[in-house]
Every structure is written in C-alpha cells, then in structure tokens.
Ligand binder design. Structure first.
Ligand SMILES: Cc1ncc(COP(=O)(O)O)c(C=O)c1O
Length: 475
C-alpha cells in the first residue's frame, strides 16, 4: 500500500493526541502519515506491504538511487513499544506546543536526587573517577549492596552474586535472556509492569498472563498460579510494591506462593523490588529470596531510580545464585559493559544514607503518602469509580470501566481505557496511561509523582470531564 508523506508543520491538539494513543483516526490513517518537519527530508515509496523502501530526497533525485531495505527482525516486530514512554513523550510535545497539560503518566519521582548523592557523583568526576569499572560493578558498590541486602532484606550474597546494570530494566532483561529458552513460559500476574511480557518475547519465550481482581487488591491467587504451571514454566515475575497497582504482597501470601513454586524444580522467580522503600505502614516489604527454600531459585532485582529519585543516573542491580548471575554478567559484558563509574559512586553514597535510605527517603515517602490519601479519598467519592488503596509505589490504578460505552459529546464513544485516556487528554488536558498497557483494560494508571497542588488541579479537571459523562453501569 502506498504511503503519502505530509510535511506537517502544525499538528492539531486532537490530532496529536489521536496519533499518539493510536486512536481510531490514527489507526485508519494508513494512507496518510504526518511527519514532523525534522523528518521531512524522508520520502516513502510503495513496494510490498511488509517492506517499505526509504530514500532521502537528495538520493532519490540523483541518477544513482540508493535503496535501503528497512525490514525489521521478527523478534523486534513481536515487541510492542512502551505506551508509558509514548504517552509521556506525547504529553511533553503537547506541553511544548503550549497546551497546559498536567502530566501524570511518568513513572519517576518528581523529587531531585538527594544532594549528598548528587555531590558524590560530582566528586567522582572532579576526582577523575571516569574510567571503565569492572563489568559487574565496582567492588565498593557490590559490597555495599550485599550489606544492604543482608541488613534490610535478610538475604546473604557475596559480591560475585551481584551484577550492577544501567537500571533495573537492564537487570531484568538480562535475567530473562539468561534463563529462558525458546518456548519457555514466563508467568506474569496482571496488571503488570509494561516491559515484562515484551522482555519474555525478546527471549523467544511466551508470556503467560494471570489476571488478578481489584477486589483482591490485584494480588495473585495462588490457586490460579498452581493451575497454570506447566513443564514449560520457567520464570514467575513478581513485583511488590507493584507498578501499576501499588499493591504490596503480604508475607503470608508470598509463603503460599513459595510452597507452590517449591514443587516445580524448573520454575525460578524474578522478584522486582524496585519500589521496596516506597511503602506505607502498616504494609511491610518481604523479599521473596528470604523465604525458606527460595534463595536458590530467586533472582532479586532492585535499583536506585525510584527510592533515591535517581532515574537519570541509570543504576540498578540483580542478586542471585552465582550460576545465574554469571550468565547475566556475560550478557552485559557483550552488550553495555559496566554501568557509569560516576553513577556507581553516587550509588555508594545512596546506600550510605542508612537503613531504608534514612531521612532523605522517608521525607519523600511521607509526601507520596499524603498525595495517595488525597487521591484515594477524592476519587473514592466519584460516581462509577472503583479503587483499591495502594500500599506502596506512587501509582493509583483506578477502574473507570463503568464509563465505557458512554457517548461523549463532541468526542465520540468511550470504548476502553485508551479512548478514555484520549478523552482526558483532549478534554481535561491530563495525561494518564491506559490500563490496557498493563494488561487490564478496565483501569487507568495515575502517577502521583507530582505536587499535591498539581494533583488537586488534575483531579478537578478529571472530575469536570467525568461529570459530562454518566456511568453506563452502576458499580
Ligand atoms: C516495576 C519496575 N521495575 C523496573 C523498573 C526499571 O527501573 P530502572 O531501569 O529505572 O532502574 C521500573 C521503572 O519504571 C518499574 O516500574
């Protein structure tokens, strides 16, 4: 099918939102693609449906045409792009175009990295600590991580059982690549962090999604888990506190899950504990590897992005039995090598802040809690909305499905989480993430990594936008 190219210098607000969220109008736009001016030098020529040849205008006008086959690998074609990144970028573009968008889509704290940590990074540069580090991370940082895991999580590791990476995301991907064979199954409770299923696909494994219920606080039902384990099951991914629900797995439930896991020698557990410090009492965090019999089969992932407000430093790590960790290290050695020497110095300073990050972190957690309380109370009073109070992280995963099926004036039918998000972006100028990205289309994720004043304004806008819709079904 031929593609015609428009050099679009101005993109309307609605058009922008539609393109980004993959709305009906965008998905119907197969004959017409708008490109920002920076890409206007590219022209597209029709060939066959699966293969498009791109040429620069300069090249196409010369007699010696250079054609480039831009076919992508089946592996990358099987992976969906991250909707959280997509909507964040799009909301940013809208804001830059002058639309007063309130962005509650991003998964990063709105706080600055605590000064003491930032200073450690600055000093690392000043002192010339700017060379390659060992692939697995500096001995100084890995020793500090071992100390942290022992003191805070009750799990013992030696530095050769730790690999430091460019963020926990890399740690998780490497672990999935290291342990999964083609055709293996990766069990993922939904709602899930967007990257887990895609990482399984990158490893040629099959994601097996286990739904959970809002009435169960989005926690995995052990019986459902047991019924879904097969000989192909290789990895169970647990995330507590959870992105996107904020649910925290109680120790008793983890123990039940551990009993089931213990019956299946092939099954490993990847425990993503990156939000461990952002937790609201009385909830407490339990590391899966600390449960009886689970150390041998658990890969514990953690990082600095969330608790220490260090998203841009790119620092995370994995801990586990040496055999698996050496495999992760091998992958890293042939891809990115060790993470930044500067970030690692900052990481040492972060772990030096004391138990659970000390006061610097507890101040942030206090602010998150205040915001959570405000949002839970406010949304809880709205008609047709279901909420499970999050016990950790900084997200609220709200069930708005009673609004699906409603015809919104001047907008059209609200069909699902994606169109409701588009409605909020167009009518309330609030950017949120459709639950469908996290494997639960009935909900929408709100990130409360924003000031209370911003959240109050966002809530008022959403409320106003909802008032013009009547819930189709009473909940
Ligand atoms: C559940 C979860 N795990 C892992 C990550 C990756 O964090 P990073 O790569 O910044 O350390 C994120 C980031 O959003 C997350 O939400």
């Amino acid at each position: 099918m031929a593609l015609s190219l428009h050099n679009s210098t101005s993109i309307s607000r609605v058009g922008f939102a539609s393109q980004f969220l993959g709305s009906k109008s965008a998905s119907n736009a197969s004959l017409s693609v708008s490109f920002p001016p920076s890409l206007a030098h590219l022209s597209f020529k029709s060939v066959e449906p699966s293969r498009i040849i791109a040429m620069s205008k300069a090249e196409s006008s010369s007699s010696d045409q250079v054609k480039v086959d831009i076919t992508l690998s089946p592996r990358v074609n099987s992976v969906k792009p991250s909707k959280t990144v997509a909507i964040t970028d799009h909301a940013t573009a809208l804001a830059q175009a002058g639309v007063p968008v309130i962005r509650l889509a991003a998964g990063e704290p709105d706080f600055d990295t605590p000064t003491i940590i930032a200073e450690a990074g600055i000093n690392a540069i000043r002192e010339g600590y700017t060379r390659y580090t060992p692939n697995a991370g500096t001995m100084e940082l890995r020793t500090a991580i071992c100390h942290k895991l022992k003191e805070e999580n009750g799990i013992s590791y030696t530095p050769d059982q730790i690999v430091v990476s460019n963020g926990a995301k890399q740690s998780i991907l490497q672990a999935v690549l290291a342990v999964c064979s083609p055709g293996d199954e990766v069990i993922i409770p939904a709602p899930y962090w967007v990257s887990y299923p895609e990482m399984a696909r990158l490893a040629d494994a099959t994601p097996v999604i286990l739904p959970t219920l809002i009435s169960d606080n989005f926690l995995l039902d052990p019986e459902l888990l047991e019924s879904k384990i097969t000989e192909k099951s290789r990895l169970l991914i647990l995330c507590s506190p959870s992105n996107p629900t904020g649910s925290v797995y109680p120790k008793k439930l983890l123990e039940k899950i551990a009993e089931i896991v213990a019956k299946h020698p092939r099954l490993l557990v990847l425990s993503d504990e990156i939000y461990e410090h952002i937790i609201y009492t009385p909830a407490t965090h339990t590391s899966f590897a600390s449960l009886p019999g689970m150390w041998d089969r658990t890969l514990t992932v953690n990082g600095f992005s969330k608790a220490f407000a260090m998203t841009g430093w790119r620092l995370g790590y994995i801990a586990g039995p040496k055999h698996f960790i050496a495999a992760c290290n091998k992958i890293q050695s042939q891809s990115t090598s060790g993470s930044s020497s500067i970030a690692q110095k900052a990481g040492v300073a972060a772990l030096g802040l004391g138990y659970a990050g000390g006061e610097a972190i507890s101040t942030m957690v206090k602010a998150f809690r205040e915001r959570r309380d405000f949002l839970v109370k406010s949304f809880g009073e709205l008609e047709g909305v279901k909420i499970s109070e999050p016990q950790g992280a900084f997200y609220l995963f709200i069930d708005f499905s009673s609004y699906y099926g409603v015809e919104a004036e001047g907008f059209g039918k609200i069909e699902n989480s994606e169109s409701l998000c588009r409605y909020f972006l167009d009518n309330a100028q609030v950017a949120l993430v459709p639950g469908d990205a996290f494997g639960d289309d009935s909900c929408i994720r709100i990130s409360y990594a924003a000031s209370l004043t911003t959240l109050q304004a966002a809530f008022e806008r959403i409320k106003k936008a909802l008032i013009s819709l009547r819930p189709a079904v009473t909940v």
